[in-house]
Design a protein around this ligand. Structure first.
Ligand SMILES: [Zn+2]
Length: 85
C-alpha cells in the first residue's frame, strides 16, 4: 500500500473519460484535448480526467482514506492501465 507507484488494481475504465472526477456529472468535450463538466465547470485535459477517475475508483476499492489531489498529479503515476484514452 505504501508503494504507490507500483500499485496495480483492475478497475472498470468505462466512462472514466466522460465523468467529472469532482462531482460525478457528465463531461463534455471542450476543444482538442480539453473536457469540461456540464455541472461544476471543472475543466481538464481528457487524459488527466481519465487518470483521476481511474485513480479515484481504485482508491475507492481499497476504501483507504487517501486524499485525491488533482493539482498534485504528475509526480507519481499509479501502475494502472488507463484503458481507453
Ligand atoms: Zn463536475
Amino acid at each position: 500500500m505504501e508503494k504507490h507507484g507500483d500499485l496495480v488494481v483492475k478497475v472498470n475504465p468505462k466512462e472514466t473519460s466522460t465523468t467529472c472526477p469532482a462531482c460525478g456529472s457528465k463531461m463534455i468535450s471542450n476543444g482538442y484535448r480539453k473536457i469540461r463538466c456540464s455541472n461544476c465547470d471543472f475543466e481538464e485535459n481528457r487524459g488527466v480526467v481519465t487518470v483521476l477517475n481511474i485513480e479515484k475508483r481504485a482508491l475507492e476499492k481499497w476504501e483507504e482514506p487517501y486524499p485525491l489531489r488533482p493539482s498534485a498529479y504528475g509526480g507519481c503515476k499509479p501502475g494502472i492501465d488507463a484503458g481507453n484514452r
